[in-house]
Design a protein around this ligand. Structure first.
Ligand code: ZN
Ligand code: ZN
Length: 180
């Protein structure tokens, strides 16, 4: 049995983590396990004051449990890749490991009043997006689809917390997509 692991770094808000884990489990209809990752400091870039998502994916590959089909890590830290100012997350296309960051999903990050509902909706969408990549889904031109590319939080807010029909069919065709 291969599991979808949702892996938490130590600083992650546990209530939001549990909600995201449940959402991903129900969408992909896969058995889910939890995993603790500890500190993210190994990925800290002092020059950028952000955390490298590539070292995080490397760490996940090293720590992948034998019964893990996929591992989605969740962090509160702000992630980047060298060519971009930031990323909401990153995942291997059709691979085993991905990461999603809550850092830029809260209204507070933009100087606005906290809104729990908005934050959780964004977290669901981005967790579905990165998990979709793990199942081989590429970016979708349908703006409302969870697989549409978001480079700003307003793009996330335009998306639905779901895949479009074409993307849903695509991941069900994936060899692991039908596993229960
Ligand atoms: Zn993407
Ligand atoms: Zn789509």
């Amino acid at each position: 049995m291969k599991y979808l692991y949702v892996a938490a770094t130590e600083e992650v808000e546990r209530e939001a983590l549990a909600a995201v884990t449940a959402r991903v489990a129900s969408e992909f209809a896969l058995p889910v396990r939890s995993m603790e990752l500890g500190s993210m400091e190994f990925a800290f870039d002092a020059g950028r004051r952000q955390y490298g998502s590539i070292p995080v994916l490397d760490m996940l590959l090293r720590r992948c449990p034998p019964d893990a089909g996929k591992v989605l890590a969740v962090t509160e830290r702000d992630l980047f890749i060298p060519v971009l100012t930031f990323v909401f997350g990153q995942a291997q296309l059709g691979g085993r490991v991905g990461v999603v960051s809550f850092a830029r999903l809260r209204q507070e990050f933009y100087g606005l009043a906290p809104n729990r509902e908005i934050f959780l909706e964004r977290a669901y969408k981005e967790a579905l997006h990165e998990t979709g990549h793990l199942f081989g889904l590429v970016h979708c031109a349908e703006r409302k689809c969870a697989m549409s590319l978001a480079t700003a939080v307003r793009h996330i807010d335009l998306k639905d917390d779901a895949f479009c029909a074409a993307c849903a069919r695509a991941w069900r065709r994936h060899p692991e997509g039908t596993q229960v």
